[in-house]
Ligand binder design. Structure first.
Ligand code: 5MY
Ligand code: ATP
Length: 622
C-alpha cells in the first residue's frame, strides 16, 4: 500500500478544480473536477489543521504506537520541523491502516492511499474556491489554526472505475456518463453503521449496566442528540440489527436508515452529494429539541472545558453544524428518493426503487462479508470507556511525571508506577466492577499500551463508513441465465411486487462486482417469464472510508460523552415515566424509581426510539 509522495501545486492541479465532496469533524474531502489524468477519479482528503500537540500527549502517543507501527513514524514531533512531522503523521496513518485495520477488515475493501504534500497556501486556495472563507482563513494564516495535517489522494468511492483507469458517472453536471457497457449515473450510498454490539464487560459500573446491556450505544446516543436538538426525532435504526447476520433484521435496519438517515446514510448521484427529503416535522422538532437542551448543553460545555489540556483538531463549518461550505448538493425537488434513483433503476416503478435499494445494499454487504469483519474490528477492545478512561488517566499521569522529571526518556520507556497493595485496596473490593478496573490498571505497561491500541482500533471501526457505488448496466433487462451467488434470496414484497437481489460475482482485485436485481409484479416466483418481471444487472464497488487513527487525546471526551449519553437517557426515561404516571395508563407507577430503574428505562425508551431491545445473548467482554 505504500505510495510515493506527490506535491500538489497550482500548476499540476489548479486549486479551484477541487470540489468539496464531504466534510467531517477531522477532514475535508475534495473531488477532482479537472482534466489532469493523474487525478481523475480521485479525491483529496486533508486532515484539518491541528493545534500543536502538547509534548506529554505526543510522548504518550509515541510510546503507545511504537511497538505496533515502529518508532520511525511515531517519534517525529513538531520540533523536527512541520514538514517532517506531517510526513511522519502520514506514514503513521498509512501503517495504522495496513498493519492494524487491513488484517481485520480485509485489503479488498480498503482503498490505497497516496500521500501528497499540500502546503497551507494551496489548501487556503482550495477552501476559498469552495466558499469556506472561515476555514480558509485559519488554514492559510499558519497561525491559530495551525498547518494542514497529512493529505492523501484516494479513489473517489462515489464512482466506479472503468478498465482504462477513468471513471464512470463523473460528468460535471452530475447526470453521469454513458460509457459503453453502462448507463445512467453512478449512485453511491454511504453507510456509517456505528457500534454493532452492546457492552457486557465488567468495567461498566453496575449502575450503568441496566442501560448499556439492554440498549445499543446508538440508541442511547439518540436520546442525547434529541435533547441537544441535533435531531428532530429518534431513529428506529439499530446497529445491532444491522450486524445481527439475520437477513430480516438487516433489512429492518437499512429501511430504518432510509426513514431517518441522519448522518448514518448519505446518497451521492453522479459523484455529487444528494439531499434526502426530510420528514416535515423536522423544523418543529428541531426547535423543541433545542428548547429542551439548554441545561444539558451548559453541562456539555463545562465538560468540554475540562478537556482543554487534551486538545482536539480545529473544527470549523462542521462543528457549527452548517451545511458543507460551497457544497453543491443535488436536490430532488419532488419525489425524494424515487426521483434520485430514477437514473439507477429506470425500469422499476417509482415506488419500488427505494425498497430495491435496500435489497441491493443488503445483498452487497452480505456477499462482500464486510459486516462480520467490521464487527470483529469493533470488538477488538474488550473494555468499555469506563475502564479505558482510568487506564488512560493513569498512563497520561505517568507520562506527565516522566516529562516533568526532565528525563529525556525514550518514547517506549514512559514510566508507570506499579500498583501497590495500598492503592489497589477498595472499599468495594468484592464488587466485580472494582476488581475488573483494578485488574485493568494493574496490567504491565506493554499490555496497557496494547489495550489502548485496541481501543483506538475499535473506535475507528465504530466510526468508519462503507460506501457502495452502483451503476446499472446498459441493456441489462432480462435474465442472463447465470445462477450467481445467492446472497439475498429472500423476496421483499412491496405492494404486489417482489424484489430479489443477488451477487453474480463479488468485487475482486479492484474490479467491480456484479449484482442482479430481479423484480416481479406477480408475487416473485423468480422466473423471468413472469408477467411484469424484469432483471437488472448493476456493477458495484464497496469501500471502507474514514479509517482514521483517532488520537488518544479523545479518550476524556469519549468518557464525558458516555456520561452525558447516560444522563440524557435517564432524563428521557424519567420524563416518559412521569408522563405515563400522570396519564391514563400511569396508575401503577409509583414514581421515578419504581417505574424507571435502568432496565425499565431501557425498555421504556423502546417506544420512543422504535428500536429493538437488545437480546441477552450479546457480547460478553471481561
Ligand atoms: O463519539 P461519537 O460516537 O459521537 O462519534 C463521533 C461522530 O458522531 P456521531 O455519533 O457519528 O454523530 C462524528 O460524526 P459527525 O462528524 O458528527 O458526523 C465524528 O465521526 C467523530 O469523529 P471525528 O472527531 O470526526 O474523528 C466521532 O467521534 P469518535 O467517537 O469517533 O471520536
Ligand atoms: N474516498 C472517498 N471517496 C469519496 N468520498 C469520500 C471518500 N472519503 C470520504 N469521503 C466523503 O467525505 C466525507 C468526510 O470524510 P471523512 O469521513 O473521512 O471525514 P472525517 O472528518 O473523518 O468524518 P467524521 O467526522 O464523520 O469522522 C465522508 O463522509 C464521505 O462522504
Amino acid at each position: 500500500m505504500a505510495g510515493r509522495h506527490l506535491a500538489l501545486t497550482s500548476q499540476l492541479a489548479p486549486p479551484e478544480r477541487w470540489r468539496l465532496l464531504g466534510e467531517g469533524g477531522a477532514n475535508w474531502v475534495f473531488a477532482w473536477d479537472g482534466d489532469t489524468p493523474q487525478l481523475a477519479g480521485r479525491v483529496l482528503r486533508v486532515r484539518k489543521p491541528c493545534t500543536q500537540v502538547p509534548f506529554v500527549q505526543a510522548a504518550l502517543e509515541a510510546a503507545v504506537w511504537a511497538p505496533a507501527l515502529g518508532s520511525d513514524v511515531t517519534g517525529a514531533a513538531a520540533s523536527d520541523g512541520a514538514a517532517a512531522a506531517i510526513a511522519a503523521a502520514a506514514a503513521r496513518e498509512q501503517r495504522y491502516v495496513e498493519r492494524m485495520l487491513a488484517p481485520l477488515l480485509g485489503e479488498q475493501h480498503i482503498a490505497q492511499a497516496q500521500p501528497v504534500a499540500v502546503d497551507a497556501a494551496y489548501l487556503h486556495a482550495v477552501l476559498a474556491a469552495n466558499g469556506c472563507q472561515a476555514a480558509a482563513g485559519s488554514a492559510g494564516s499558519g497561525s491559530g489554526g495551525g498547518s494542514p495535517g497529512p493529505a492523501v489522494l484516494l479513489p473517489d468511492a462515489t464512482l466506479l472505475p472503468d478498465g482504462s483507469g477513468g471513471v464512470y458517472g463523473s460528468t460535471h453536471d452530475g447526470s453521469g456518463a454513458s460509457d459503453a457497457g453502462s448507463t445512467g449515473p453512478v449512485v453511491c450510498l454511504e453507510l456509517k453503521p456505528k457500534c454493532g454490539f452492546v457492552v457486557e464487560c465488567a468495567t461498566v459500573h453496575p449502575a450503568n449496566r441496566g442501560l448499556k446491556r439492554h440498549r445499543s450505544r446508538y440508541q442511547l446516543h439518540q436520546q442525547l442528540k434529541l435533547a441537544e436538538g441535533k435531531i428532530a426525532a429518534c431513529s428506529a435504526y439499530d446497529p445491532c440489527d444491522l450486524f445481527s447476520g439475520d437477513g430480516e433484521r438487516v433489512r429492518t435496519a437499512l429501511a430504518a436508515l432510509v426513514d431517518h438517515p441522519q448522518n448514518n446514510l448519505r446518497l451521492f448521484v453522479g459523484g455529487r452529494p444528494a439531499e434526502f427529503a426530510q420528514p416535515a416535522e423536522n423544523a418543529d422538532g428541531q426547535q423543541r429539541g433545542q428548547a429542551a437542551a439548554g441545561q444539558q448543553q451548559q453541562e456539555a460545555q463545562r465538560q468540554r472545558e475540562q478537556q482543554q489540556q487534551w486538545q482536539q483538531p480545529a473544527r470549523s463549518q462542521h462543528e457549527a453544524q452548517q451545511p458543507p461550505c460551497g457544497g453543491q448538493q443535488l436536490q430532488a425537488k419532488s419525489g425524494g428518493w424515487d426521483a434520485l434513483l430514477s437514473g439507477l433503476l429506470p425500469q422499476l416503478p417509482a415506488a419500488q426503487r427505494q425498497p430495491a435499494l435496500v435489497e441491493l445494499l443488503a445483498a452487497a454487504l452480505e456477499a462482500e462479508g464486510v459486516l462480520p469483519r467490521l464487527l470483529q474490528a469493533q470488538r477488538q477492545c474488550p473494555y468499555d470507556i469506563e475502564g479505558i478512561y482510568p487506564l488512560f488517566q493513569r498512563l497520561a499521569a505517568a507520562a506527565e511525571r516522566t516529562a516533568t522529571a526532565g528525563a529525556a526518556a525514550p518514547a517506549a520507556a514512559v514510566a508507570m508506577p506499579a500498583i501497590t497493595e495500598e492503592s489497589s485496596r477498595s472499599s468495594d473490593a468484592d464488587d466485580d466492577h472494582a476488581a475488573a478496573v483494578r485488574r485493568l490498571l494493574a496490567l504491565p505497561q506493554a499490555e496497557a499500551y496494547a489495550v489502548l491500541r485496541s481501543y483506538v482500533v475499535s473506535a475507528t471501526a465504530k466510526d468508519c463508513a462503507v460506501m457502495l457505488a452502483l451503476q446499472c448496466q446498459y441493456g441489462s433487462s432480462g435474465d442472463d441465465g447465470s445462477g450467481g451467488i445467492d446472497s439475498s434470496t429472500r423476496a421483499c414484497s412491496e405492494g404486489t411486487a417482489a424484489l430479489r437481489a443477488s451477487v453474480l460475482h463479488p468485487q475482486r482485485d479492484g474490479a467491480p462486482g456484479l449484482l442482479r436485481l430481479h423484480s416481479s409484479s406477480s408475487g416473485g416466483s423468480g422466473s423471468s417469464s413472469d408477467s411484469g418481471s424484469n432483471t437488472t444487472l448493476l456493477r458495484y464497488r464497496l469501500t471502507f472510508v474514514d479509517l482514521d487513527l483517532k488520537p488518544l487525546a479523545k479518550i476524556p471526551a469519549h468518557h464525558a460523552l458516555d456520561h452525558r449519553i447516560l444522563e440524557a437517557t435517564r432524563a428521557a426515561a424519567s420524563a416518559a415515566c412521569s408522563g405515563e404516571a400522570g396519564g391514563e395508563a400511569g396508575g401503577e407507577a409509583g414514581g421515578d424509581e419504581a417505574c424507571c430503574g435502568d432496565s425499565a428505562a431501557a425498555a421504556s425508551l423502546k417506544g420512543s426510539a422504535g428500536g429493538t431491545a437488545v437480546a441477552e445473548d450479546s457480547a460478553a467482554g471481561m
